[in-house]
Design a protein around this ligand. Structure first.
Ligand SMILES: NC(=O)c1ccc[n+]([C@@H]2O[C@H](COP(=O)([O-])OP(=O)(O)OC[C@H]3O[C@@H](n4cnc5c(N)ncnc54)[C@H](OP(=O)(O)O)[C@@H]3O)[C@@H](O)[C@H]2O)c1
Length: 323
């Protein structure tokens, strides 16, 4: 079978297709025959070794959201799973014809759901839902959703409205992305690469923002905290800018809260809630409540091109690799 690894850090071209034997599932694991692999932006940072928070030793392999059929189960796993169509966060060796996944965190794919939306079942969907809940979103509140045209941002805009949010202000770097955010239900879309972006948000939310969702970090996070209304909350779940800015304690004295979120930490701390949220998102994607777009479906051998698409910051919708 084919798998994609890299043996040096660098640009997309370091991704190499190798021939190897299909992996055997160990205890608690299943092997999946991959139908499609959702490629994630964070893996471009890890591949480039872009700062200490993204460090992983060599040889490296991208992670991914793999949609596939359970081919075999390891010791301790119910053999009745064989043949089921599921999605899993796979780490390592996600870009491959066959992958290994943790049997405890498989998301069953609802009948008829295409590989693009199905690839959002394990990570993007549950993260989008949980960051809104971690931020205690209450009906009618104003929400600022950064990177609103990204996989998580796009779902978060729709889920915020579903949960009864008031005005949703989305940010994005291009006019096309801002239009997409508006199409998904955002009330206002702001270019956060412009120097005056925070002023534009202030104009749209004169009383301040009740909840900020931030996976950018750096100055965007600092300014976002300053935009919070009294009792406002910021949920930080990533650092796409690579800048893990420090939050000055004095910025919180205006009755503001900053909360961090990681899906893996949430799964470990509250497994039954995390599973229920996976199922909840699956229901919304299956019945069309949530819209999910696919930007590109590329052959597995074009993994480097998939990373170029993610890095050029022009993607709207999922980038899939298809074995
Ligand atoms: N905490 C968790 O458990 C968890 C889980 C999964 C993902 N994440 C994080 O969540 C974030 C979004 O993930 P995703 O799957 O939605 O990714 P995605 O679809 O690739 O979206 C990432 C967005 O980041 C924005 N961005 C901001 N600064 C950027 C920069 N310097 N270079 C490139 N893009 C930049 C881009 O939007 P603009 O062009 O509009 O700026 C892009 O749409 C990532 O940072 C990821 O690491 C966290």
């Amino acid at each position: 079978m084919r798998r994609v690894r890299y043996h040096e850090y660098g640009g997309p071209e370091v991704l190499t297709v190798e021939e190897t034997e299909p992996p055997e599932p160990g205890p608690g694991q299943v092997s999946l025959r991959a139908e499609a692999i959702g490629a994630n932006y964070v893996d471009t940072k890890i591949r480039a070794n872009a700062g200490s928070i993204f460090y992983r030793p060599l040889p490296g392999s991208p992670t991914g959201d793999v949609v596939g059929i359970v081919e075999a189960v390891g010791p301790g796993v119910d053999p009745g799973q064989v043949g089921h169509r599921v999605t899993a966060l796979v780490d390592p060796d996600a870009y491959a014809d066959f992958v290994l996944a943790d049997a405890a965190w498989l998301a069953p794919v609802p009948d008829g759901l295409g590989p693009g939306p199905a690839s959002l079942l394990t990570v993007a969907g549950p993260v989008a839902l949980r960051v809104l809940r971690a931020g205690n979103l209450a009906p009618g509140e104003t929400v600022l959703i950064h990177s609103g045209a990204g996989n998580i941002g796009a779902l978060a805009i729709q889920l915020a409205k579903l949960l009864g949010a008031g005005p949703v202000i989305a940010t994005a770097s291009t006019a096309e992305k801002r239009k997409h955010a508006l199409d998904l239900g955002a009330d206002v879309a702001v270019d956060y690469t412009a120097d005056d972006w925070a002023e534009r948000v202030r104009a749209a939310a004169p009383g301040g923002v009740d909840l900020v969702l931030d996976a950018v970090g750096g100055a965007v996070l600092s300014e976002g905290i300053d935009l919070l209304a009294p009792m406002g909350r910021a949920v930080v779940y990533g650092a796409a800018s690579g800048d893990l800015v420090e939050v000055p304690i004095r910025s919180l004295f205006g009755l503001r809260t900053v909360t961090g979120f990681s899906l893996l930490a949430w799964r470990a701390a509250r497994p039954s809630e995390a599973r229920a949220e996976m199922a909840e998102v699956a229901g919304y994607l299956a019945d069309g409540t949530l819209r999910a777009d696919v930007r590109a479906a590329l052959p597995l051998t074009e993994a480097a091109e998939a990373h170029r698409l993610l890095e050029d910051r022009a993607t709207i919708g999922r980038v899939l690799l298809v074995p």
